[in-house]
Design a protein around this ligand. Structure first.
Ligand code: MTE
Length: 315
């Protein structure tokens, strides 16, 4: 199969295989020597103020980086495009249509979503398939709460998601050359969707979700590569068959449907063993990276979902 090279992955994002060492160890040793704190306690963040059990010990990624270094192809393919080009996008009024194999299909406005579900703080790691990562304080609610509301039928096995199509407000969706067949789509198995870690986010850093991060509603699945976190969702459909996934359609040998973070399975063109934490210094010799953790560090909560799968294989 021809190698597909997404235009958004500059060579600088990719660590040539064989070059990397165990850099978390290297950073740890350097920190010890120099007396520096590299991954200390999470910063005190201005969230909803409620205590959260969902946090990680890593340092938060600065808000500036979380909101200016983005992937949201509907606004362009450069990391700065979503923040620069999303000013015309209108996240309200907004309605999400939920249907398919459910007893109670419905259309819910974003206002109803905000008032029907209890918003929670969730500090999660996000690991992009491009081998960079962030630590983001989200505000959101479990997807399972929304699924309960529509009552999935016994025949429902998957949940399909769809992003809005608005070429007038999303400049990446218009123009002559379109590499993606819009809308951006993705999906989860129903048990993945019902896992307590899976949330629909409506905010970050104590504020309403910025347009570039997927306003007004986006998926966050912290043990999967970031491309599964579909933004600006307008449609959720319960299905019997595995739903399509934009990146999997574009390059099925590079981006799997499951896309669980897995340091043992390299991308065909780069290693997935380590990652670059956005907003943190490149470290000694300009190359320090941290080790990528299986399931992005959430194995205890989710490994049970994948019993029987060979975790050295690509899914
Ligand atoms: N959702 C839509 N609709 N369009 C996109 O291009 N990019 C994905 C995901 N969700 C994308 C999307 C990718 S590749 C990543 S890594 C994350 O969003 C990035 O989320 P962030 O920009 O909020 O960090």
């Amino acid at each position: 199969m021809a190698v597909f090279r997404p235009p958004h992955i500059p060579a600088s994002e990719i660590t040539p295989q064989g070059v990397y060492l165990s850099r978390r160890t290297l950073m740890g040793a350097a920190a010890g020597t120099l007396g520096l704190a590299i991954a200390g306690d999470a910063l005190a963040a201005p969230l909803t103020g409620k205590p959260t059990a969902y946090k990680v010990p890593d340092k938060l990624t600065p808000k500036k980086d979380v909101t200016t270094y983005n992937n949201f192809y509907e606004f362009g393919t450069d990391k700065s495009d979503p923040a620069n080009n999303s000013g015309k996008f209108k996240p309200t009024p907004w309605t999400v249509e939920i249907g398919g194999l459910v007893a109670k299909p419905q259309k819910i406005s974003i206002e109803d979503i905000m008032s029907s579900f209890t918003m929670e703080d969730r500090i999660y790691r996000m690991r992009c398939v491009e081998a960079w990562s962030m630590v983001i304080p989200w505000i959101g609610f479990p997807l399972s709460a929304l699924l309960d509301k529509v009552e999935p039928l016994g025949s429902a096995k998957y949940v399909a998601f769809e992003t809005v199509v608005r070429p007038d407000e999303m400049p990446g969706q218009s123009g002559f050359f379109q590499s993606i067949n819009w809308p951006y789509v993705d999906g989860l198995r129903l048990d993945e969707a019902r896992n307590p870690l899976t949330i629909l986010a409506t905010g970050l850093y104590g504020e309403t979700l910025p347009n570039q991060n997927g306003a007004p509603l986006r998926l966050v699945v912290p043990w999967k590569y970031g491309f599964k976190g579909i933004k600006s969702i307008v449609k959720i459909t319960l299905t019997e068959k595995q739903p399509p996934c934009t990146w999997n359609i574009l390059a099925p040998n590079e981006y799997g449907f499951y896309a669980n973070v897995n340091p043992k399975v390299d991308h065909p063109r780069w290693s997935q063993a380590t990652e670059r934490r956005i907003g943190e210094s490149a470290g000694l010799f300009g190359g320090a990276r941290i080790d990528t953790l299986p399931f992005n560090g959430y194995g205890e909560q989710v490994a049970g979902l994948y019993k029987g799968m060979d975790l050295t294989k690509f899914y």
